[in-house]
Design a protein around this ligand. Structure first.
Ligand code: HEC
Length: 173
């Protein structure tokens, strides 16, 4: 397997998650590539904890709070160019205090590939600073969020094999 980017971070993850060692598994290879694209893994995780975990949880588990669970699910939202844009236009992301676009891309790649896990679709490209820069200019208004989420979740279900439970904010246990 080719090790991308900061090898130590990828190796650390592989050691922590032995099931990802199956390098013939295209999903595991995609996750490894996504994590390898992160220029500063510690900062990316720290930024997530500081800016997002208060609502979405350190592990991406938010239940019973009424907001979308990210762990094992957010990868599906990378389904199409439009659903990727949706993520980058969410107000908490587009208007993040993280001004540096590479730093924000790194944090989002931690979220997608680190927390998204099994929901990552094989072949998913990591976010780049350029993509973040061009999309965050079009922040959604909070009034449109519910409708926008429904639309993009429907796409992920119909085009990318996401489970219909993605319509709910979290998996009911
Ligand atoms: C104040 C609480 C709060 C904070 C802080 C917050 N979010 Fe959210 N987030 C939400 C809510 C609520 C939604 C659902 C929006 C809607 O109604 O569609 C959401 C939606 C999302 C989604 C869409 C997931 C899906 O399944 O539709 C992603 C991805 C996301 N947030 C990531 C982040 C990231 C990354 C950060 C940190 C930069 C962050 N959020 C900070 C509350 C928060």
């Amino acid at each position: 397997m080719r090790i991308w980017g900061p090898a130590s971070a990828v190796l650390g993850l592989l050691l922590a998650a032995p099931h990802l060692q199956a390098s013939s598994d295209p999903r595991a290879a995609t996750v490894a590539q996504g994590l390898g694209a992160i220029t500063d893994p510690e900062l990316a995780r720290g930024d997530y904890v500081e800016h997002c975990a208060g609502c979405h949880g350190v592990q991406g588990l938010s239940a019973p709070a009424r907001l979308p669970e990210l762990r094992g699910r957010v990868g599906y939202m990378m389904c199409t160019a439009e659903t990727r844009s949706y993520l980058l236009r969410l107000p908490n992301i587009a208007k993040s205090r993280i001004a540096d676009n590479q730093q924000l891309a790194d944090m989002l790649n931690f979220m997608v590939f680190g927390l998204g896990g099994d929901s990552v679709l094989p072949g998913t490209r990591p976010f780049t600073a350029d993509e973040v820069a061009s999309e965050r200019r079009f922040a959604l208004t909070s009034a449109s969020l519910v409708r926008e989420r429904q639309r993009h979740v429907d796409t992920a279900i119909s085009k990318c094999g996401a489970p219909s439970s993605l319509r709910n904010f979290y998996q009911s246990k």
